[in-house]
Ligand binder design. Sequence first.
Ligand code: UTP
Length: 475
Amino acid sequence: MSDADRLRYNQVRARLTAFGQSHVLAFFDQLDESAQQRLLTQCESIPLELLAREVNRWRDHHTLERVTHAPIEPARVVAARDVDVATYRALGERMLREGRVACFTVAGGQGTRLGWDAPKGTFAATPILRKSLFQVFAETIRSARLRWQCSIPWYVMTSPQNHEATRRFFAEHDWFALENSTVRLFEQGTLPSLTPDGKILLAQRDAIALNPDGHGGAIRALNASGALAEMERESIDTISYFQIDNPLVKAIDPLFLGLHAAHPESSGEVSSKAVAKRDQHEKVGVFCRRADRSMVMEYSDLPPNLAQATHADGTLVHSAGSIAIHLFARRFLEEIARAGHELPLHCASKRVPSIDLETGLLNESPTSSAIKLESFIFDTLPLAKRSLILETSREEEFAPIKNALGDDSPQTSAQAQSDRAARWLEHCGAAVARDSHGGYAATLELSPLTALDTEQLARHPRLPSRVDAGSRLAL
Ligand code: UTP
């Protein structure tokens, strides 16, 4: 080892030792020179102070304390029925025509619960044609570009683990007929996975185990990748944010855009959509207010007395469930990134294959859980002066694919997609057969290229007047 390398090694070792993490170098002497260099570089990039702070907070259950020390009030939610829809819609459409809007999909997650090995966006999600989630959104964006005669660039955040597979999928599908240069894939950052007592895990003898740093990592990644600067150059001021796993998202919603830009509840920094929680047990974050700011509180952080609280009519006091649909001002994200503002880290339990420090062998199926640290995009809400929360309906906009089976699974999502298509067709005058329970008795699929809403569907030249029981129809 050269003197310079020895000095570097000593510096890294001293820093790791100061934070009780020197075991990361346990196999250093057995590595060849290039592996040694790689490991040192990786160690230098680990935010050890941040990890130590978060692990202490987690260990001392400070998370709960942090969110309960100020009174938590229910969110103020705006409903479309209470606003001048035509005016706000027209404003949103103008923003689109002026080329001020970009779509942004976070697709860097690991999809552990679904158990899908490839990027989740490649998952075949639609009820009949089995289109991938990426295709659904690509068609939505293409359709919106055609309808409003505008450019809507699409930014997609991947992780180092799924970036190449995602890029290949888009290339294999010819970028879904979106011009290649209008789709921009970029990688998010990572954080080390930890043992329950805060020790960094090794994925290999020469590599730290890393997990993507959560959808909150989007802000740093948008900035570091140059995406925000690119948007500024292209005069894009509004970013439509959604997750890859919800095929019902209206990725382009002129009413939401107009409200975000001009409603008195909005400072134009960040706006969100909410649906009524199914019941107090549903595992979604809820919108609340604290110290006069909006926030989303994770279901696991909401104290039980608040989660259970009801109004006189039995409805939940804290009922506004977050469905991870937001609009952001580009400037708002730039300011957060420039100020170096760190969103808080949340801890999740996860089984992470790692090197056994005693044997040096990889334990592929650990029996105990590790800690995965992530930041969440909704923690930007309290940073906004005012934040609009728009009520929407679950049936229209929320059918995520999270689990392999049961709630929020491919099956429930496909059913919701088909039901929404049936409702839209009925709205446009078609007679759709029903079963004895009142549910729709046909399987339907509507491409976003056919219609983005009922208004557009009504203008479709070949709408069926009836859909018989048992039929399968893709339009
Ligand atoms: P989830 O919280 O559902 O996580 O992500 P996940 O990783 O996809 O799935 P599980 O928890 O392992 O089963 C919600 C959205 O945020 C994105 C996901 O791709 C999904 O669109 N996400 C999540 C990221 O882009 N990066 C992350 O680090 C985490």
